[in-house]
Structures are given as C-alpha cells and as structure tokens.
Design a protein around this ligand. Structure first.
Ligand code: UD1
Ligand code: UDP
Length: 384
C-alpha cells in the first residue's frame, strides 16, 4: 500500500506508483489522504503523470495538526484492517506521512519510509517532527543521500534497515525532460527565459506569521523594481495574504505576475528558465539545483544541505534585506552560479532511485525481513 496526500508526495511517489501498478507480481493499493484536495494541488498531477485513481480517498482536508493526523489515522486504520497490506509505503514529512506510519505500525504492518534521514534540526517545523517520528518507527528507510544515511546511523537506527536509494524526485525530473520542454507556461504568463524570478512560499512559519509574511511581500515589491516576478500562490498563502491585507500590495505591481498553483511540468519549466528561484519549499530547492538555477531560500535551516554546500542555494530567512540583496546578487551575476552548478556532481543518485526502492522492497518482503517485532539488542549489556 502506498499512501500519499499532499502535492509533493504525488510527485515524489509517482515513479514508484507507476512501477508497482504495472508489476504483475504485486497487488497494489494506492490511498490518498485527501490532505490536499484542490484540482491544482492534487488531481492535476494524477493527470500529468498518468497515475491510477486511488483505491480510497480519506478526505481529511484541512484542520489543525491533531485533527488532520487523527482523521488520517482513524480512517486509514479501518482500511488497513480490511485490506491487510504487507507493507505501507510513506513519503517525505507531511502529516499524511507520520499519521499513516503510526496507524500502520500500530496495526503491526511494516512501514517503508521514502526520503528518510533528512533533518532541519528545527523542531518548530511540523515537518521535522513528522520526519523524526516516521524514521524511528519505520521497518525500512530509503535515504536519498549519503548524508541522510549518516544522520540515521547517528540517531542509532539499525544499519540493515537503511538503504541509500537516491532521490525519486530526481527520477521524476529525468523522465519528463520532453514534457518540460513542451509546456507553454512562459508564453501564458508573458515572460521570457532568464528575465524573471520565480517565487513560491507556503511554510507555515513564514506565511502564518504576519511579520514574516509582510517581510516577504515587501521584499517582492522591492525586487519587482528590478526584475519580473512569477508567483504561483499556494492556497495557505493566498488565504493569509488576503487575511493580513497584503494581497493587493502584490496584485497592483505591474512586474508581479500572480497565478494559481501551476502544473508540475509548468513549474519545472518555470524553475529551469528563471534567472533565480526564491522559495521556502523543500522540493523546489532541490529541483532548482538539479535544473541548474540558483536558489535563494527563505528559511534559516534546510534539510537539503547539499544544495548549499555545492553552491547552488543560500539561506536568507524571512529577512527582507537579505532576500533582496541575495536575489540582486544573483541577478547581477547569474552565469557565475549557473556555471558552477553545471560542474558539480549530482548528490541525488542516478535517476534509478524508484527502481532500486521497488526491487529492495520486494526482496525484503520475499525474505520475510519486514516485521514489526523485536529489535536486536543485547539487554545484558545494559544490566551488567
Ligand atoms: C503541507 C505539508 C508540508 C508540505 C506542503 C506541500 C504538513 C504539516 N505540511 O503543508 O510539509 O510542504 O503540504 O504543499 O503536512 N488548502 C486548500 N486546498 C488544498 C490544500 C490546502 O485550500 O488543496 C488550504 C487549506 O486552507 C488548508 C491550508 O491550505 O487548511 C493548509 O494545508 P495543509 O495541508 O494543512 O498544509 P500545507 O501548508 O499545504
Ligand atoms: N509544484 C508545482 N506547482 C506549483 C508549486 C510547486 O507543481 O505551483 C511542485 C514543485 O515543482 C515540486 C513540488 O510541487 O515538485 C513541491 O511542493 P511544495 O513546494 O508544495 O512542498 P514541499 O516540497 O515544500 O514539501
């Protein structure tokens, strides 16, 4: 069973879903938690990526963390008891991830965590809580990078539960090069290659905080004097911009092009052809890096540390002056970072992460190695 529910999960799970769905030796169930439910946040990706309809939609929608988590657990538990899957595969760090993992493992059903071992070391982020929790209750952990493997080992996770797979989002990008090329999103939005900045923001700690959101809006207004800005707006952010009265500040600037969330191929094209990316998204930091576009990240920590280490990304928090100065620095010298990015080694694998994960998962299942049971420990060591 694969459980997904938010936009980036549909994308990162897609290559694995495709492999499982067409495998004659696998009985496969896809569950959608319904955490994301707008057409632009979910269904559009099923269409673009040609994914099968989910077996069930838990229809949880929005709500507080406890509400979302509890609803997913209650509704998934019922399906788990009815369908008795051999393993539940969860992705990333959303409430859908942690809630599904908890419901499964407490029903004695093994959990496989894809995108394991990432850390921001910031427990104010709901995603950090979800990651740590999910990693520590999973029976197999698919780590996208070497650093993620090392982190899991540092946290005392047994080595034989960890598998360095590479990153499935990288697989997804590679398999859609032509679709990225084909979209007409630049024409639709009236921008040309390398003349615009593409912006996304949805982190709760940025957009639910009036001061942080104001800083971001003021930075965009300032930057719009220098560059065109394309801003596909996440529904959480749209709600807050309206609630705090900042929406019109953006809407009235000629150089700021606001849009609904765009499709996956459109987003990748916007990232690829932008002069720079300004974001607080996890996935988009990585996509910018892979597509060779410099990224400025409106956070103080990132779990995708390779993007920083290799010179493709910089952290600026929700600090207006830092946002403006770092974006301007890139705009004034874009080729410098682009050249550097072309030369660095890709830390996200070889584009076969999904294949490796499916093969490994089937092998572990075949060997009876996935069990919610006793962990190997020498109790005597603690007593003596
Ligand atoms: C969630 C994930 C986050 C991930 C993001 C991807 C958690 C804790 N957060 O954050 O890790 O980066 O998804 O985009 O799981 N809404 C709609 N329509 C939708 C979806 C959301 O209107 O289709 C609105 C609702 O008002 C909802 C709010 O956005 O309450 C927030 O949605 P939610 O799924 O709770 O959190 P995200 O910010 O999307
Ligand atoms: N994305 C998209 N359209 C948009 C914004 C994002 O297709 O308007 C894609 C993006 O290319 C990436 C994923 O959604 O693959 C990232 O999702 P998001 O930023 O919502 O979540 P995060 O990665 O921060 O969890």
């Amino acid at each position: 069973m694969v459980v997904i529910g938010v936009r980036p999960q549909v994308i990162k799970a897609a290559p694995i879903i495709k492999l499982l769905d067409k495998d004659p030796n696998v009985d496969f169930l896809l569950i959608h938690s319904g955490q994301h439910y707008d057409y632009e946040m979910s269904k559009v990706f099923f269409q673009e990526l040609d994914l099968p309809d989910p077996f069930a939609n838990l229809d949880v929608k929005g709500g507080s963390h406890a509400e979302q988590t509890a609803k997913i657990m209650l509704r998934l538990e019922k399906i788990l008891l009815e369908t008795k899957p051999e393993v539940v595969v969860v992705f990333g760090d959303a409430n859908t991830t942690a809630a599904s993992a908890l419901a499964a493992v407490k029903s004695k059903i093994p959990v496989a965590h894809v995108e394991a071992g990432l850390r921001s070391w910031d427990m104010r982020m709901p995603e950090e809580i979800n990651r740590v929790l999910t990693d520590h209750i999973s029976q197999v952990l698919y780590a996208p990078t070497k650093f993620a493997v090392e982190q899991l080992l540092r946290e005392g996770i047994q080595e034989n539960l960890i598998y360095l797979s590479g990153d499935t989002m990288y697989d997804a990008i590679l398999s859609h090069r032509e679709n990225i090329e084909r979209t007409d999103i630049l024409d639709k939005l009236g921008v040309e290659k390398e003349e615009y900045l593409v912006v996304t923001s949805h982190r709760a700690e940025n957009v639910d905080d009036r001061t942080n959101l104001r800083n971001i809006v003021r930075a965009l207004v300032e930057l719009s004097k220098h560059v065109k800005i394309v801003f596909p707006i996440h529904p959480r952010t749209l709600n807050r911009l309206k609630e705090f009265g900042y929406f019109d500040l953006l809407g009235e600037r000629k150089n700021i092009i606001l849009s609904k969330p765009v499709g996956y191929f459109e987003m990748l094209r916007l990232i690829r052809d932008a002069i720079a990316v300004l974001t607080d998204s996890g996935g988009i930091q990585k996509e910018a890096f892979i597509l060779g576009t410099p990224c400025v990240t409106m956070r103080t920590r990132t779990e995708w540390i390779e993007t920083i280490k290799l010179g493709g990304n910089v952290l600026v928090g929700a600090n207006k002056d830092r946002i403006v100065s770092e974006v301007l620095r890139i705009i004034n010298d874009p080729n410098n970072i682009k050249r550097k990015l072309r030369e660095v080694e890709n830390p996200y694998g070889n584009g076969d992460a999904s294949k490796k994960i499916v093969i490994d998962l089937k092998k572990r299942l075949g060997e009876g190695a996935l069990k919610v049971g006793l962990l190997p420990v020498n109790i005597k060591e603690f007593i003596e």
